[in-house]
Design a protein around this ligand. Structure first.
Ligand SMILES: [Zn+2]
Length: 401
């Protein structure tokens, strides 16, 4: 597999300010931009060796799945994952962005700076609707220019404050101010992943979760109009990768690098129309999915003519890694339909046909109990058809009366 990510690095890096407060810091910016470029070059070097030595193999060592079961690279076995991330608390993210995403049922990530007056009530409302509220530090410093104690205060402080203000989720990811990483080990003590902006579509398993690449969007970035957004998500689908967009301002709210809401909306409609290709997930949930998928062990515990029991486990922390991953297997011979449970919970199932093979597909959480597939007499569709005929007959009867 040829890797073209290096092309995106050069298209996406811009010598610009991240927010309006930075206009007086031109010298600092020049240094930071050079550092970003160097970091991208280092990544290019790593990408080269990864491409040479690993080729297309992107499933980390550790996954073990008993055939004929399979675990999807992405949710619902879709070809790509897409994450939309927004930094710096720009007001239109809540006023325009969240409603636009809600309309299509897509979830986004809001990387929040604690000291820049977050609108906690609106962030809580977004969290209640499945959006991720994550960290963009306390004071938005350049992390590589402050000492370890101050870095820890930025990592821990922002996480603790978000967790105290926002209920019903936990803060597990961070975006680096100016896309510049500090001490990765300190950061990894607090977060499962950190977003940079190295300007390429990530592979199915990023090589460095403490510096996950994203594409810079808006007037100062390489992704400005719907067709450019569409290009990158299509690229992700071609490469089975993870496309992450980094955004700040929407329209005219005064923030860095505005994205036009009309362009973003047109792009989201494209993703929605091509729903079979793209899984839109928050930065945190896609990270959870990848780590669970790569660490999963799926064993068949028993296989009888009418019932198959499997165990899905991993060694990850269940308090964080609790996101369902997608599993499928060909429909066993003589099984018209399947009922799937995990522990005492009935799981939602889908019957899908790929290359003339019928599969049963479902989502399950690792370490959340025994999964049991039970033969059912007729498919839900057949039942629905029967019910429709019955109710049709009843209607006819009623009309006659
Ligand atoms: Zn920022």
């Amino acid at each position: 597999m040829t890797d073209y990510r290096f092309l995106f690095i050069f298209f996406s890096i811009k010598t610009v300010c991240w927010h309006k407060k930075c206009s007086a810091k031109a010298a600092v910016w020049t240094i930071q931009t050079v550092k970003l470029l160097l970091s991208s070059m280092r990544n290019l070097y790593k990408v080269f060796f990864l491409t040479v030595f690993l080729g297309a193999a992107h499933i980390a060592v550790g996954q073990s799945v008993a055939a004929p079961f399979e675990i999807g690279t992405w949710k619902d076995f879709k070809p790509a994952a897409v994450s939309y991330t927004f930094d710096d608390n720009c007001p239109n993210q809540l006023a325009v962005g969240v409603p636009m995403f809600d309309k299509l049922g897509f979830k986004l990530t809001l990387f929040t700076v604690i000291n820049w007056a977050p609108n906690w009530a609106s962030l809580q409302a977004a969290a209640n609707n499945g959006h991720e509220i994550a960290s963009h530090t306390v004071t938005h410093p350049s992390l590589d220019s402050i000492n370890a104690t101050n870095q820890s205060a930025e990592y821990e402080g922002s996480k603790n404050i978000i967790n105290s203000k926002i209920k019903g989720q936990s803060c597990v990811t961070i975006a680096y101010p100016f896309c510049i990483a500090g001490n990765s080990k300190l950061c990894a003590g607090c977060y499962i992943a950190a977003r940079g902006c190295n300007g390429y579509v990530e592979s199915a398993t990023p090589k460095d979760f403490m510096n996950v690449g994203a594409l810079i969007c808006g007037s100062e970035g390489g992704v400005k109009i719907a067709s450019q957004f569409n290009f990158y998500v299509d690229w992700a689908a071609k490469t089975k990768g993870w496309c992450i967009f980094m955004m700040h301002s929407i329209d005219n709210d005064g923030g860095y690098s505005p994205v036009k809401s009309t362009e973003l909306n047109a792009h989201l409609n494209y993703v929605n129309e091509n729903n079979a290709k793209f899984w839109v997930g928050t930065f945190g949930n896609v990270t959870r999915y990848i780590k669970e998928r790569d660490a999963a062990s799926l064993k068949v515990i028993s296989a009888r003519s009418k019932r198959i029991s499997i165990q899905l486990t991993d060694q990850l922390d269940n308090s964080i890694y609790n996101y369902p991953i997608s599993i499928r297997r060909p429909l066993p011979k003589g099984w018209p339909a399947v009922n799937v449970t995990q522990g005492k919970m009935k799981l939602k199932t889908q019957l899908v046909t790929i290359a003339a093979v019928n599969y049963i597909m479902f989502d399950a959480v690792p370490n959340a109990g025994l999964i049991t597939l039970t033969r059912q007499k007729a498919t839900n569709m057949e039942w629905e058809k029967k019910m429709a005929i019955v109710s049709g007959k009843m209607k006819a009867e009623q009309n006659r009366l």
